[in-house]
Ligand binder design. Structure first.
Ligand SMILES: C[S@@+](CC[C@H](N)C(=O)[O-])C[C@H]1O[C@@H](n2cnc3c(N)ncnc32)[C@H](O)[C@@H]1O
Length: 318
C-alpha cells in the first residue's frame, strides 16, 4: 500500500495522534513548497507524484477545495483521495473508504463514514443523547438545540413546545432536558379550521395525521411529559403561574404564533430561550409577521439570533 498524506499541519499531526503509524506513510505532500521531513517522513511537492502509481492520498488539510482542484490538474484519480476534513460542500466527495479500511484506526474510519460528515462535528458535543437519525433531520437545528440545552443548567423553569405534531423535536428536547417537565401543546388533529383557511392543502392534511400515543412513545422520559391537547391558548388555562426555561414555538401560522409569543414571553425565565421555528421560512410568512406584531405590542425589539437551519429558526433570548 503506497500511502501519502497531503498536509503537514495540525490535521496531519492529529492523524498520527489518532493512531496512524508514520512508518506506513510513503511521504507527506505540501502544496506550499515546504520540503524536507515531517514526523520522520519525507515531505514532497504534490507535483512529485505526477505519473506515479499510488494507492491512496489522505487529505488532512482543511483546504480541501483547493487541494481537490490541484489534484485534478495533476491527474490524480479522484477515487484515490480521501478528504478527512470534507467540509467544503454538502456533497460527499469521498469514495476511498474501503481503501482506508485497513489503514486508519477503526474509530476514525467510523467517524468519516457518518452520513452527514461534510458538516464537521462540533468536537465539544461528542457525548450526545441525540442519535444520528435525529441529527439527519436538520443537523443545525438539532445541534443548536443541544448546545442551548447544555447552557440552561442554571436557568429555572419547565420546557414546552407549542406545535408538537408527531413529536420528533419534542423527543429531542425531552432527551436533552430529562429533569424538566415538558409541556406539549397541540390539537393533535391539525390546525384550527378558521386559521387554516386559505393555507396549502398538503400542509393542512399532513398535520391531521398524528396522535398523542405516537408522540409519547417517542419520548425517552415520557414521565416528564404533560400533554395539553386542544387549541392553544385555551389549553394553557391553569398554568398561568408556571415559568419556562425553554420553549419551542412551532405553530406555523400567524395567529397561533402570536398567541404563543403573548403567553410564553412574559413567563420565560431570565436567560431562557424561545426557539421560533420557521421565522425565515418563505412558505410560512405569518411566523415573521407574528413576531413583528408582538414586538410592536411590546414597544421594543426582542433580542434574537437567527439560525442557518433548514427553516430559519429565530432563537429569542431573554
Ligand atoms: C409544524 S407542526 C410542529 C412540528 C414539530 N414541532 C416538529 O418539529 O416535529 C405544527 C403543529 O402545530 C399545531 N398547532 C398549530 N396551531 C395550534 C394551536 N393554536 N393549538 C394547538 N396546536 C396548534 C398543529 O396541530 C401542528 O401539529
Amino acid at each position: 500500500m503506497k500511502l501519502y498524506v497531503w498536509g503537514t499541519g495540525c490535521g496531519a499531526g492529529d492523524l498520527i495522534d489518532r493512531g496512524l503509524d508514520p512508518a506506513r506513510i510513503a511521504a507527506f505532500l505540501d502544496g506550499e513548497g515546504r520540503e524536507g521531513s515531517f514526523l520522520g517522513r519525507p515531505v514532497l511537492a504534490p507535483e512529485a507524484l505526477r505519473g506515479e502509481d499510488f494507492d491512496l492520498i489522505l487529505v488532512a488539510s482543511r483546504h480541501a477545495k483547493r487541494i481537490a482542484k490541484r489534484a485534478e490538474e495533476l491527474g490524480f484519480p479522484g477515487e484515490k483521495l480521501l478528504f478527512l476534513k470534507n467540509n467544503w460542500t454538502v456533497a460527499d466527495r469521498n469514495s476511498a473508504y474501503d481503501k482506508a479500511a485497513g489503514l486508519l484506526p477503526g474509530e476514525l474510519l467510523e467517524e468519516l463514514r457518518r452520513p452527514q460528515h461534510p458538516v464537521r462535528e462540533p468536537m465539544w458535543l461528542e457525548e450526545s443523547p441525540l442519535s444520528q437519525r435525529d441529527l439527519e433531520n436538520d443537523y443545525v437545528r438539532l445541534r443548536t438545540l443541544e448546545a442551548i440545552c447544555r447552557r440552561l443548567a442554571r436557568i429555572p423553569g419547565a420546557a414546552a413546545e407549542l406545535g408538537v405534531y408527531r413529536g420528533a423535536f419534542a423527543a429531542c428536547i425531552n432527551a436533552l432536558l430529562p429533569e424538566r417537565t415538558l409541556y406539549l401543546f397541540d390539537s393533535f388533529e391539525g390546525f384550527a379550521e378558521t386559521e387554516a383557511e386559505g393555507e396549502a392543502r398538503g400542509l393542512i392534511e399532513a398535520h391531521r395525521n398524528t396522535n398523542e400515543e405516537r408522540v409519547l412513545d417517542l419520548l425517552p422520559h415520557r414521565e416528564r411529559a404533560v400533554i395539553r391537547r386542544g387549541f392553544f391558548p385555551e389549553t394553557a388555562r391553569g398554568l398561568e403561574g408556571e415559568r419556562f426555561a425553554l420553549v419551542s414555538l412551532d405553530a406555523d401560522l400567524e395567529e397561533s404564533t402570536l398567541q404563543g409569543l403573548r403567553w410564553f414571553w412574559p413567563r420565560l425565565s431570565e436567560g431562557g430561550n424561545i426557539l421560533l421555528h420557521d421565522w425565515g421560512n418563505p412558505k410560512l410568512p405569518g411566523v415573521k409577521r407574528a413576531l413583528e406584531r408582538y414586538e410592536t405590542e411590546l414597544g421594543r425589539r426582542i433580542p434574537g439570533v437567527p439560525l442557518c437551519d433548514v427553516c430559519g429558526t429565530m432563537v429569542l433570548v431573554k
